[in-house]
Write a new protein. Structure first.
Length: 369
């Protein structure tokens, strides 16, 4: 009896596997940059029934070995030279999770070689890098998804949709912050690029690009001007050679009249209230705290706060699922090149305002979206 049951199940599993193998073509995929984020993306790729890992690439041998082991199921090619990966004929999709200053060049080369691209944020750290990638992505007929994965979060999407439908009246002001409880590890594996403004773009461009993208999303526009001040006040020359700010305060003005205030720092005590990250959205009828289980607070004295969007089951790899949906069946792109470029340019706008200590206009960046 137990033998029969066992062979029944084995037989069923084998049949299911061969059926799956016949019906589900798997997109040959490469991951370039298999560090912290790249290895997380790799796990996500391995979970997709319609993807297989054809290549992994990193200049650091330990990280490359780790990625090759993680993807051993698919027996990927390994490379330290990313161009060898892009040159692979049968490759269809490329994830780019290298330091930010490399994204634009790598993504352009991949698109021009006919690959679909999932490119981590920020898609570039200078207006020129963003412009070049924007043009290449628009000229290509391949899928381009920016790693702005907040766009694939169901609860947040639901809250933004309700705000766009008028749940709080016209949006008139946003106050947001991205405060961290600590600086990135000074002796960690990313310290060789993160503290160099030319490689990372600095804290605003590298990290707050997520928060600024969410602000643009809920406002439904990008800013037209920014002003601000930034500095390195706690971690001067720490680590040695550091040239990125550890704090900044900015104001953004939007064409639709919305005013936005944004602050960042890396020294928000863990025990101090007011959250490390929030986006307060003020409308003509109510306000919402967008990031934490969005609650709606009516402006009228009588109204009680209510839940704007319920918590939903969330696939942590939803953005990756969406990428393959776009590649295999023309699904809706959650973060296309326009979204990725707008997010990067918004953070560059704020960064330039802080560095130049003057009001910077969107048009000064020289990129038409
Ligand atoms: N979407 C998100 O929430 C999220 C989260 C974390 C990081 N990121 C982004 O992912 C990117 C990488 O960040 P990270 O934290 O993984 O950094 P990391 O330092 O851990 O990884 C970067 C990897 O790229 C490799 N690399 C550098 N130059 C290379 C080259 N020329 N060819 C191939 N590999 C090269 C490095 O050796 C390293 O292993 C950044 O753009 C970061 O902003 C996004």
């Amino acid at each position: 009896m137990s033998v029969n049951r066992r062979s029944f199940f084995l037989g069923t599993a084998a049949a299911a596997h061969s059926l799956y193998a016949q019906t589900e073509p798997r997109v040959p995929t490469a991951v370039i940059g298999t560090g912290n984020r790249g290895s997380y993306l790799l796990q996500g790729v391995l979970k997709q029934p319609n993807a297989k890992v054809a290549a992994v690439c990193d200049i650091k041998p330990d990280r490359l070995d780790k990625a090759a082991s993680a993807a051993a199921r698919d027996n990927p090619m390994t490379a330290t030279d990313w161009r060898k990966v892009i040159d692979l004929k049968d490759l269809e999709a490329v994830y780019i999770a290298t330091p930010p200053h490399l994204h634009s060049e790598m993504a352009i080369a991949a698109l021009q070689a006919g690959k679909h691209v999932y490119c981590e944020k920020p898609i570039g750290v200078t207006p020129a890098q963003v412009k070049a990638l924007l043009e290449a992505a628009r000229e290509s007929n391949k899928v381009f998804v920016a790693g702005q994965q907040l766009r694939s979060m169901k609860q947040l999407s639901e809250a933004v949709r309700k705000i766009h439908e008028g749940a709080i009246g016209d949006v008139i002001m946003v106050k947001a912050q991205r405060h961290a409880t600590a600086d990135l590890a000074h002796d960690g594996p990313s310290a060789d690029w993160y503290f160099d403004v030319e490689k990372s773009g600095g804290y605003l461009i590298e990290q707050s690009v997520h928060n600024l993208d969410a602000c643009n999303w809920v406002i439904g526009a990008h800013p037209i001007t920014a002003s601000g001040f930034g500095a390195t006040l706690l971690y001067q020359d720490d680590p040695p050679g550091r040239n990125i700010f550890d704090c900044g305060v900015m104001s953004f003005d939007y064409a639709n009249g919305v005013k936005m205030s944004f602050t960042q720092n890396v020294f928000h005590p863990r025990t101090m209230p007011n959250g490390n990250q929030y986006i307060y959205v003020y409308g003509k009828k109510a306000a919402v705290d967008l990031m934490q289980n969005p609650m709606l607070y009516p402006l009228s004295r009588e109204g009680a706060p209510s839940v704007l969007a319920e918590k939903q089951e969330q696939d942590p790899h939803a953005h990756i699922v969406a990428f393959y949906d776009c590649v295999t069946k023309g699904g809706k792109n959650p973060a296309d090149i326009t979204i990725g470029a707008t997010a990067a340019l918004t953070s560059i706008l704020g960064h330039e305002a802080m560095v130049k200590q003057k009001v910077i206009s969107w048009s000064d960046l020289g990129v038409s979206i």
